[in-house]
Design a protein around this ligand. Structure first.
Ligand SMILES: *[C@@H]1O[C@H](CO)[C@@H](O)[C@H](O)[C@H]1NC(C)=O
Ligand SMILES: *[C@@H]1O[C@H](CO)[C@@H](O)[C@H](O)[C@H]1NC(C)=O
Ligand SMILES: *[C@@H]1O[C@H](CO)[C@@H](O)[C@H](O)[C@H]1NC(C)=O
Ligand SMILES: *[C@@H]1O[C@H](CO)[C@@H](O)[C@H](O)[C@H]1NC(C)=O
Ligand SMILES: *[C@@H]1O[C@H](CO)[C@@H](O)[C@H](O)[C@H]1NC(C)=O
Length: 419
Protein backbone atom coordinates (compact mmCIF):
# COMPACT_ATOMS: atom_id res chain seq x y z
CA UNK A 1 0.00 0.00 0.00
CA UNK A 2 2.32 2.76 1.18
CA UNK A 3 5.38 1.30 -0.40
CA UNK A 4 4.91 2.94 -3.76
CA UNK A 5 7.92 4.93 -4.94
CA UNK A 6 10.54 3.93 -2.43
CA UNK A 7 13.16 2.72 -4.87
CA UNK A 8 13.17 5.93 -6.86
CA UNK A 9 13.21 7.93 -3.64
CA UNK A 10 16.12 5.95 -2.34
CA UNK A 11 18.25 6.59 -5.39
CA UNK A 12 17.49 10.28 -5.59
CA UNK A 13 20.36 12.57 -4.67
CA UNK A 14 23.07 9.94 -4.70
CA UNK A 15 25.54 11.41 -7.23
CA UNK A 16 25.38 14.88 -5.73
CA UNK A 17 26.39 13.64 -2.33
CA UNK A 18 29.46 11.57 -2.88
CA UNK A 19 31.80 14.56 -2.90
CA UNK A 20 30.36 16.11 0.24
CA UNK A 21 30.66 13.26 2.69
CA UNK A 22 33.15 13.00 5.54
CA UNK A 23 35.58 10.11 5.16
CA UNK A 24 35.62 6.95 7.22
CA UNK A 25 38.92 7.98 8.73
CA UNK A 26 37.29 10.87 10.58
CA UNK A 27 34.98 8.74 12.67
CA UNK A 28 36.83 9.09 15.94
CA UNK A 29 36.64 12.87 16.04
CA UNK A 30 34.02 15.41 15.00
CA UNK A 31 34.16 15.94 11.26
CA UNK A 32 34.57 19.49 10.10
CA UNK A 33 31.73 20.75 7.94
CA UNK A 34 32.56 20.43 4.28
CA UNK A 35 33.34 23.92 2.99
CA UNK A 36 32.05 23.19 -0.49
CA UNK A 37 28.50 22.34 0.54
CA UNK A 38 26.99 24.68 3.08
CA UNK A 39 27.80 27.16 5.79
CA UNK A 40 27.06 26.35 9.42
CA UNK A 41 23.93 28.55 9.41
CA UNK A 42 22.39 26.26 6.83
CA UNK A 43 22.65 23.29 9.18
CA UNK A 44 20.22 25.02 11.52
CA UNK A 45 17.98 26.58 8.88
CA UNK A 46 14.32 25.93 9.68
CA UNK A 47 12.14 24.54 6.93
CA UNK A 48 8.44 25.06 7.54
CA UNK A 49 5.98 22.66 5.93
CA UNK A 50 2.22 23.12 6.09
CA UNK A 51 -1.16 21.66 5.31
CA UNK A 52 -4.51 22.70 6.72
CA UNK A 53 -4.38 22.48 10.53
CA UNK A 54 -0.83 21.13 10.65
CA UNK A 55 2.49 23.01 10.51
CA UNK A 56 5.87 21.40 11.09
CA UNK A 57 9.38 22.77 11.31
CA UNK A 58 12.45 20.67 10.56
CA UNK A 59 16.20 21.36 10.42
CA UNK A 60 19.06 19.55 8.66
CA UNK A 61 21.09 19.13 11.86
CA UNK A 62 20.05 15.62 12.86
CA UNK A 63 17.24 15.53 10.24
CA UNK A 64 15.14 16.80 13.08
CA UNK A 65 11.54 17.76 13.77
CA UNK A 66 11.65 20.89 15.96
CA UNK A 67 8.00 21.95 16.14
CA UNK A 68 4.59 20.57 15.22
CA UNK A 69 1.43 22.65 15.52
CA UNK A 70 -2.01 21.03 15.54
CA UNK A 71 -5.33 22.36 16.88
CA UNK A 72 -6.62 21.44 20.34
CA UNK A 73 -10.31 20.83 21.05
CA UNK A 74 -10.94 24.58 21.18
CA UNK A 75 -9.29 25.13 17.80
CA UNK A 76 -6.15 26.73 19.27
CA UNK A 77 -2.84 25.61 17.77
CA UNK A 78 -0.57 23.70 20.16
CA UNK A 79 3.02 22.59 19.72
CA UNK A 80 2.98 18.90 20.65
CA UNK A 81 6.70 18.12 20.32
CA UNK A 82 9.50 18.84 22.77
CA UNK A 83 12.55 20.82 21.70
CA UNK A 84 14.02 24.29 21.51
CA UNK A 85 12.84 27.48 19.79
CA UNK A 86 16.41 28.38 18.79
CA UNK A 87 17.61 25.74 16.30
CA UNK A 88 21.25 26.37 17.22
CA UNK A 89 20.51 25.15 20.72
CA UNK A 90 20.35 21.59 19.41
CA UNK A 91 24.13 21.69 18.95
CA UNK A 92 24.54 22.71 22.59
CA UNK A 93 22.16 19.95 23.58
CA UNK A 94 24.27 17.38 21.71
CA UNK A 95 27.34 18.56 23.56
CA UNK A 96 25.69 18.40 27.00
CA UNK A 97 22.59 16.29 27.64
CA UNK A 98 22.25 14.77 24.15
CA UNK A 99 18.53 14.29 24.48
CA UNK A 100 18.04 13.40 20.78
CA UNK A 101 14.99 15.75 20.78
CA UNK A 102 13.18 15.26 17.46
CA UNK A 103 16.20 13.72 15.73
CA UNK A 104 16.66 10.89 13.30
CA UNK A 105 18.87 8.32 15.02
CA UNK A 106 21.14 5.83 13.25
CA UNK A 107 22.90 3.96 11.73
CA UNK A 108 21.51 1.62 14.40
CA UNK A 109 18.92 2.92 16.88
CA UNK A 110 18.84 1.95 20.56
CA UNK A 111 21.60 -0.11 22.20
CA UNK A 112 24.22 -2.48 20.83
CA UNK A 113 25.53 -4.75 23.54
CA UNK A 114 29.25 -4.20 24.11
CA UNK A 115 29.28 -2.08 20.92
CA UNK A 116 29.92 -5.32 19.07
CA UNK A 117 28.25 -7.46 16.42
CA UNK A 118 29.31 -10.01 13.84
CA UNK A 119 28.20 -10.49 10.26
CA UNK A 120 29.40 -13.57 8.37
CA UNK A 121 32.12 -14.09 10.97
CA UNK A 122 33.44 -10.55 10.68
CA UNK A 123 33.26 -8.65 13.98
CA UNK A 124 32.63 -4.91 14.09
CA UNK A 125 33.23 -2.73 17.08
CA UNK A 126 31.38 0.58 17.41
CA UNK A 127 32.57 3.11 20.00
CA UNK A 128 30.60 2.57 23.23
CA UNK A 129 29.14 5.88 24.26
CA UNK A 130 27.07 4.77 27.24
CA UNK A 131 27.31 3.07 30.62
CA UNK A 132 31.06 3.53 30.92
CA UNK A 133 31.77 1.59 27.75
CA UNK A 134 29.33 -1.29 28.06
CA UNK A 135 27.20 -0.44 25.05
CA UNK A 136 26.62 1.82 22.06
CA UNK A 137 23.51 4.02 22.12
CA UNK A 138 21.95 5.49 18.95
CA UNK A 139 24.93 5.04 16.64
CA UNK A 140 27.87 6.02 18.83
CA UNK A 141 29.55 9.25 19.92
CA UNK A 142 28.54 10.95 16.68
CA UNK A 143 25.24 9.50 15.59
CA UNK A 144 22.98 10.58 12.77
CA UNK A 145 21.36 12.97 15.26
CA UNK A 146 24.59 15.05 15.17
CA UNK A 147 25.21 14.86 11.43
CA UNK A 148 24.44 17.69 9.06
CA UNK A 149 22.10 16.20 6.52
CA UNK A 150 21.68 17.73 3.06
CA UNK A 151 18.32 18.99 1.89
CA UNK A 152 17.67 17.11 -1.37
CA UNK A 153 13.98 17.95 -1.91
CA UNK A 154 11.63 20.56 -0.54
CA UNK A 155 8.04 21.60 -1.24
CA UNK A 156 5.44 23.52 0.77
CA UNK A 157 4.40 20.34 2.53
CA UNK A 158 7.47 18.09 2.45
CA UNK A 159 11.23 18.08 3.11
CA UNK A 160 13.75 15.33 2.37
CA UNK A 161 17.15 15.20 4.06
CA UNK A 162 19.89 12.92 2.76
CA UNK A 163 23.01 11.55 4.44
CA UNK A 164 25.80 9.49 2.95
CA UNK A 165 27.49 7.60 5.77
CA UNK A 166 30.85 6.17 4.68
CA UNK A 167 31.74 3.83 7.50
CA UNK A 168 31.24 6.54 10.10
CA UNK A 169 31.68 5.33 13.72
CA UNK A 170 33.22 2.16 12.26
CA UNK A 171 30.03 0.61 10.91
CA UNK A 172 30.82 -1.59 7.90
CA UNK A 173 30.44 -0.09 4.43
CA UNK A 174 28.59 2.88 3.02
CA UNK A 175 24.92 3.61 3.58
CA UNK A 176 22.83 6.35 2.01
CA UNK A 177 19.69 7.41 3.84
CA UNK A 178 16.82 9.75 3.13
CA UNK A 179 14.62 11.15 5.87
CA UNK A 180 11.38 12.65 4.58
CA UNK A 181 8.87 14.58 6.65
CA UNK A 182 5.57 15.51 5.03
CA UNK A 183 2.26 16.86 6.24
CA UNK A 184 -1.18 16.60 4.71
CA UNK A 185 -4.90 16.68 5.40
CA UNK A 186 -5.87 14.92 2.20
CA UNK A 187 -8.52 12.26 2.48
CA UNK A 188 -7.26 8.80 1.57
CA UNK A 189 -7.95 5.17 2.38
CA UNK A 190 -5.59 5.43 5.36
CA UNK A 191 -6.87 8.86 6.38
CA UNK A 192 -10.60 8.76 5.58
CA UNK A 193 -11.47 11.85 7.64
CA UNK A 194 -8.65 13.93 6.20
CA UNK A 195 -7.17 14.48 9.67
CA UNK A 196 -3.97 16.48 10.01
CA UNK A 197 -1.23 13.94 9.38
CA UNK A 198 2.56 13.86 9.62
CA UNK A 199 4.30 11.14 7.61
CA UNK A 200 7.89 10.12 8.25
CA UNK A 201 9.87 7.96 5.85
CA UNK A 202 13.39 6.76 6.53
CA UNK A 203 14.73 5.05 3.43
CA UNK A 204 18.24 3.58 3.39
CA UNK A 205 20.40 1.62 1.00
CA UNK A 206 23.47 -0.42 1.90
CA UNK A 207 25.89 0.40 -0.92
CA UNK A 208 29.08 -1.58 -0.42
CA UNK A 209 29.00 -4.11 2.46
CA UNK A 210 26.59 -6.02 4.66
CA UNK A 211 25.70 -3.89 7.64
CA UNK A 212 23.07 -3.45 10.32
CA UNK A 213 20.65 -0.64 9.43
CA UNK A 214 17.99 0.54 11.84
CA UNK A 215 17.17 4.22 11.65
CA UNK A 216 14.39 5.66 13.80
CA UNK A 217 12.66 8.94 14.46
CA UNK A 218 13.21 10.11 18.03
CA UNK A 219 10.34 12.55 18.54
CA UNK A 220 9.32 13.53 22.08
CA UNK A 221 5.57 14.06 22.26
CA UNK A 222 3.57 16.03 24.77
CA UNK A 223 -0.10 16.19 23.85
CA UNK A 224 -0.97 18.36 26.86
CA UNK A 225 1.31 21.02 25.36
CA UNK A 226 2.97 21.47 28.77
CA UNK A 227 -0.27 22.71 30.33
CA UNK A 228 0.36 20.11 33.04
CA UNK A 229 3.65 19.43 34.82
CA UNK A 230 3.75 15.89 33.49
CA UNK A 231 1.60 13.45 31.53
CA UNK A 232 0.81 10.88 34.20
CA UNK A 233 -2.80 11.83 34.89
CA UNK A 234 -4.11 13.37 31.68
CA UNK A 235 -2.61 11.27 28.88
CA UNK A 236 -3.74 7.78 27.96
CA UNK A 237 -1.72 5.43 25.82
CA UNK A 238 -2.88 2.39 23.90
CA UNK A 239 -0.62 -0.16 22.20
CA UNK A 240 -3.40 -2.29 20.74
CA UNK A 241 -1.18 -4.98 19.21
CA UNK A 242 1.56 -5.17 21.81
CA UNK A 243 1.12 -8.25 23.96
CA UNK A 244 4.84 -8.89 24.35
CA UNK A 245 7.94 -6.90 25.12
CA UNK A 246 11.70 -7.38 25.15
CA UNK A 247 13.10 -7.87 28.65
CA UNK A 248 16.20 -5.82 29.42
CA UNK A 249 18.86 -5.86 32.15
CA UNK A 250 19.91 -3.17 34.62
CA UNK A 251 21.58 -1.12 31.87
CA UNK A 252 18.71 -1.66 29.44
CA UNK A 253 20.40 -4.26 27.25
CA UNK A 254 18.04 -7.00 26.05
CA UNK A 255 18.50 -10.23 27.98
CA UNK A 256 17.16 -12.27 25.07
CA UNK A 257 13.86 -12.98 26.85
CA UNK A 258 10.50 -11.97 25.44
CA UNK A 259 7.87 -11.44 28.17
CA UNK A 260 4.08 -11.15 28.19
CA UNK A 261 2.50 -7.86 29.20
CA UNK A 262 -0.26 -9.55 31.15
CA UNK A 263 2.08 -11.24 33.63
CA UNK A 264 5.27 -9.20 33.97
CA UNK A 265 5.37 -6.25 36.40
CA UNK A 266 1.80 -6.99 37.56
CA UNK A 267 0.43 -6.03 34.16
CA UNK A 268 2.02 -2.56 34.19
CA UNK A 269 3.07 -2.96 30.54
CA UNK A 270 -0.39 -3.96 29.38
CA UNK A 271 -1.58 -1.07 27.21
CA UNK A 272 -3.68 -3.20 24.90
CA UNK A 273 -6.60 -1.07 26.10
CA UNK A 274 -6.23 2.70 26.64
CA UNK A 275 -4.68 3.40 30.05
CA UNK A 276 -3.38 6.51 31.77
CA UNK A 277 0.40 6.59 31.50
CA UNK A 278 0.61 7.06 35.27
CA UNK A 279 -1.85 4.36 36.26
CA UNK A 280 0.61 1.52 36.84
CA UNK A 281 3.92 3.34 36.49
CA UNK A 282 4.80 2.73 40.14
CA UNK A 283 4.93 -0.97 39.46
CA UNK A 284 7.73 -0.57 36.92
CA UNK A 285 10.73 -0.18 39.21
CA UNK A 286 13.86 -1.60 37.48
CA UNK A 287 12.09 -1.70 34.10
CA UNK A 288 13.99 1.31 32.70
CA UNK A 289 17.31 0.26 34.24
CA UNK A 290 18.39 -0.56 37.79
CA UNK A 291 16.35 1.44 40.30
CA UNK A 292 14.56 3.37 37.55
CA UNK A 293 10.76 3.69 37.55
CA UNK A 294 9.03 4.38 34.26
CA UNK A 295 8.73 2.96 30.77
CA UNK A 296 11.69 2.70 28.41
CA UNK A 297 10.72 -0.45 26.69
CA UNK A 298 10.58 -2.20 23.34
CA UNK A 299 7.07 -3.55 22.81
CA UNK A 300 6.60 -5.96 19.92
CA UNK A 301 3.81 -5.38 17.44
CA UNK A 302 1.99 -8.71 17.11
CA UNK A 303 0.34 -8.36 13.73
CA UNK A 304 -3.12 -9.82 13.18
CA UNK A 305 -3.72 -11.76 9.97
CA UNK A 306 -5.04 -8.72 8.13
CA UNK A 307 -1.62 -7.11 8.53
CA UNK A 308 0.45 -10.25 8.10
CA UNK A 309 2.60 -8.79 5.32
CA UNK A 310 5.71 -7.64 7.15
CA UNK A 311 5.75 -4.27 5.43
CA UNK A 312 2.04 -3.44 5.75
CA UNK A 313 1.28 -0.35 7.78
CA UNK A 314 -0.45 -1.27 11.02
CA UNK A 315 -2.11 0.96 13.68
CA UNK A 316 0.25 0.67 16.64
CA UNK A 317 -0.08 3.50 19.16
CA UNK A 318 -2.83 5.82 20.32
CA UNK A 319 -2.13 8.70 22.70
CA UNK A 320 -4.78 11.12 23.93
CA UNK A 321 -4.65 14.05 26.36
CA UNK A 322 -7.74 14.91 28.30
CA UNK A 323 -6.23 18.33 29.03
CA UNK A 324 -6.11 19.60 25.44
CA UNK A 325 -8.38 17.04 23.79
CA UNK A 326 -5.64 16.19 21.29
CA UNK A 327 -5.25 12.58 20.15
CA UNK A 328 -2.46 10.96 18.13
CA UNK A 329 -2.68 7.72 16.19
CA UNK A 330 0.56 6.19 14.94
CA UNK A 331 0.67 3.53 12.24
CA UNK A 332 3.89 1.94 11.04
CA UNK A 333 5.40 -0.80 8.89
CA UNK A 334 7.83 -1.63 11.73
CA UNK A 335 7.68 -4.71 13.97
CA UNK A 336 8.29 -3.01 17.31
CA UNK A 337 8.11 0.24 19.26
CA UNK A 338 10.44 1.70 21.82
CA UNK A 339 8.42 3.90 24.17
CA UNK A 340 10.20 6.11 26.69
CA UNK A 341 8.28 8.17 29.24
CA UNK A 342 11.01 10.75 29.96
CA UNK A 343 12.07 9.05 33.17
CA UNK A 344 15.49 10.71 32.85
CA UNK A 345 14.19 14.26 32.56
CA UNK A 346 14.48 16.18 35.80
CA UNK A 347 13.28 19.69 35.12
CA UNK A 348 16.64 21.17 34.09
CA UNK A 349 15.67 21.80 30.45
CA UNK A 350 13.39 24.77 29.84
CA UNK A 351 10.26 24.33 27.74
CA UNK A 352 9.85 26.46 24.60
CA UNK A 353 9.10 30.12 25.20
CA UNK A 354 6.80 30.00 22.15
CA UNK A 355 4.64 27.35 23.80
CA UNK A 356 4.54 29.23 27.11
CA UNK A 357 3.28 32.30 25.21
CA UNK A 358 0.61 30.25 23.48
CA UNK A 359 -0.52 28.78 26.78
CA UNK A 360 -0.53 32.20 28.46
CA UNK A 361 -2.60 33.73 25.65
CA UNK A 362 -5.26 31.00 25.75
CA UNK A 363 -5.32 29.98 29.43
CA UNK A 364 -3.73 32.90 31.26
CA UNK A 365 -1.10 30.45 32.53
CA UNK A 366 2.24 29.71 30.84
CA UNK A 367 2.18 26.07 31.91
CA UNK A 368 5.22 23.99 32.83
CA UNK A 369 8.42 26.05 32.56
CA UNK A 370 10.63 22.94 32.36
CA UNK A 371 10.59 19.46 30.89
CA UNK A 372 9.86 17.41 33.98
CA UNK A 373 10.18 13.74 34.76
CA UNK A 374 7.33 11.93 32.93
CA UNK A 375 6.67 15.19 31.06
CA UNK A 376 6.94 13.64 27.59
CA UNK A 377 6.87 10.38 25.70
CA UNK A 378 9.19 9.21 22.92
CA UNK A 379 7.84 6.75 20.36
CA UNK A 380 10.43 5.09 18.13
CA UNK A 381 8.99 2.85 15.47
CA UNK A 382 11.73 0.33 14.71
CA UNK A 383 12.64 -3.35 14.69
CA UNK A 384 13.37 -5.57 17.71
CA UNK A 385 16.15 -3.77 19.59
CA UNK A 386 19.64 -5.33 19.50
CA UNK A 387 18.28 -8.03 17.18
CA UNK A 388 21.80 -8.18 15.72
CA UNK A 389 23.01 -9.71 18.99
CA UNK A 390 20.02 -12.02 19.42
CA UNK A 391 20.05 -14.30 16.38
CA UNK A 392 17.54 -16.62 18.07
CA UNK A 393 14.87 -13.99 17.32
CA UNK A 394 15.41 -14.38 13.58
CA UNK A 395 15.50 -10.64 12.85
CA UNK A 396 18.54 -10.59 10.54
CA UNK A 397 16.38 -10.27 7.42
CA UNK A 398 14.97 -7.04 8.87
CA UNK A 399 18.19 -5.60 10.27
CA UNK A 400 21.16 -6.66 8.14
CA UNK A 401 21.42 -5.46 4.55
CA UNK A 402 23.99 -5.56 1.79
CA UNK A 403 24.44 -4.16 -1.68
CA UNK A 404 22.24 -6.92 -3.16
CA UNK A 405 19.27 -5.93 -1.01
CA UNK A 406 16.50 -3.49 -1.75
CA UNK A 407 15.77 -0.33 0.22
CA UNK A 408 15.29 -0.43 3.97
CA UNK A 409 12.14 1.50 4.83
CA UNK A 410 10.88 2.77 8.16
CA UNK A 411 7.47 4.26 7.39
CA UNK A 412 5.09 5.88 9.89
CA UNK A 413 2.03 8.10 9.89
CA UNK A 414 0.97 10.31 12.81
CA UNK A 415 -2.67 11.38 12.66
CA UNK A 416 -4.05 14.07 14.95
CA UNK A 417 -7.63 14.38 16.08
CA UNK A 418 -9.59 16.04 18.87
CA UNK A 419 -12.16 14.70 21.29
C1 LIG B 1 27.29 20.03 11.99
O1 LIG B 1 27.39 21.43 11.81
C2 LIG B 1 27.72 22.14 12.98
C3 LIG B 1 27.67 23.62 12.64
O2 LIG B 1 28.34 23.89 11.48
C4 LIG B 1 29.11 21.72 13.46
O3 LIG B 1 29.43 22.39 14.65
C5 LIG B 1 29.07 20.22 13.71
O4 LIG B 1 30.36 19.77 14.08
C6 LIG B 1 28.63 19.47 12.48
N1 LIG B 1 28.48 18.06 12.81
C7 LIG B 1 29.27 17.10 12.26
C8 LIG B 1 29.08 15.73 12.77
O5 LIG B 1 30.09 17.36 11.38
C1 LIG C 1 -9.23 22.71 11.05
O1 LIG C 1 -9.42 23.00 12.42
C2 LIG C 1 -10.58 23.75 12.71
C3 LIG C 1 -10.56 24.08 14.19
O2 LIG C 1 -10.38 22.92 14.96
C4 LIG C 1 -11.79 22.95 12.28
O3 LIG C 1 -12.96 23.72 12.49
C5 LIG C 1 -11.67 22.59 10.81
O4 LIG C 1 -12.73 21.75 10.44
C6 LIG C 1 -10.38 21.87 10.53
N1 LIG C 1 -10.19 21.62 9.12
C7 LIG C 1 -10.02 20.40 8.64
C8 LIG C 1 -9.85 20.26 7.17
O5 LIG C 1 -10.02 19.42 9.36
C1 LIG D 1 33.44 -6.73 24.04
O1 LIG D 1 34.04 -6.29 22.84
C2 LIG D 1 35.45 -6.43 22.82
C3 LIG D 1 35.98 -5.79 21.57
O2 LIG D 1 35.33 -6.25 20.42
C4 LIG D 1 35.81 -7.90 22.92
O3 LIG D 1 37.22 -8.02 22.96
C5 LIG D 1 35.23 -8.46 24.19
O4 LIG D 1 35.45 -9.84 24.23
C6 LIG D 1 33.73 -8.19 24.26
N1 LIG D 1 33.23 -8.59 25.56
C7 LIG D 1 32.18 -9.37 25.71
C8 LIG D 1 31.77 -9.66 27.13
O5 LIG D 1 31.55 -9.84 24.77
C1 LIG E 1 19.43 16.47 35.72
O1 LIG E 1 19.76 15.89 34.48
C2 LIG E 1 20.93 16.40 33.89
C3 LIG E 1 21.06 15.83 32.50
O2 LIG E 1 20.87 14.45 32.48
C4 LIG E 1 22.10 16.05 34.80
O3 LIG E 1 23.27 16.58 34.25
C5 LIG E 1 21.86 16.67 36.18
O4 LIG E 1 22.86 16.27 37.06
C6 LIG E 1 20.51 16.22 36.75
N1 LIG E 1 20.21 16.99 37.95
C7 LIG E 1 19.70 16.41 39.03
C8 LIG E 1 19.40 17.33 40.17
O5 LIG E 1 19.44 15.21 39.10
C1 LIG F 1 21.91 19.98 30.35
O1 LIG F 1 22.98 19.51 31.14
C2 LIG F 1 23.72 20.52 31.75
C3 LIG F 1 24.94 19.89 32.37
O2 LIG F 1 24.61 18.70 33.03
C4 LIG F 1 22.84 21.26 32.73
O3 LIG F 1 23.56 22.22 33.45
C5 LIG F 1 21.74 21.94 31.93
O4 LIG F 1 20.87 22.62 32.77
C6 LIG F 1 20.98 20.91 31.12
N1 LIG F 1 20.04 21.55 30.28
C7 LIG F 1 20.33 22.34 29.24
C8 LIG F 1 19.16 22.89 28.48
O5 LIG F 1 21.45 22.58 28.88
Amino acid sequence: MHLKSYVTAALYGLPALTSAAPSAASYSQPATPSPSTSGSDDHFREYTIKAENITAKVIPYGARLTSLLVPDRDGHDQDVVVGYDDPKYYLHDSETNRTFFGATVGRYANRIKNGTFSIDGHESHIPENENGGLDTLHGGFIGYDMRNWTVTAHSDSSVTFTLLDQGFQNFPGDVISHATFSVSTEKSAENPKGLPQLTTKLVSLALTEKTPIMLANHIYWNLNAFQNDNMLKDTTMQLPLSQRFIAADSIEIPTGDILDVDTAYEGALDFTQPKLIGKDIEKTTDLCGGGCTGYDTCWLIDRPAAYAAPNSVVPSVRLASDKTGISLDVATNQAALQVYTCNGQNGTIATKESQAKRNKATNGDSGATHVNKYGCVVIETEDWIDGINNPQWGRDDYQIFGPDDGPVVNFATYQFGTF
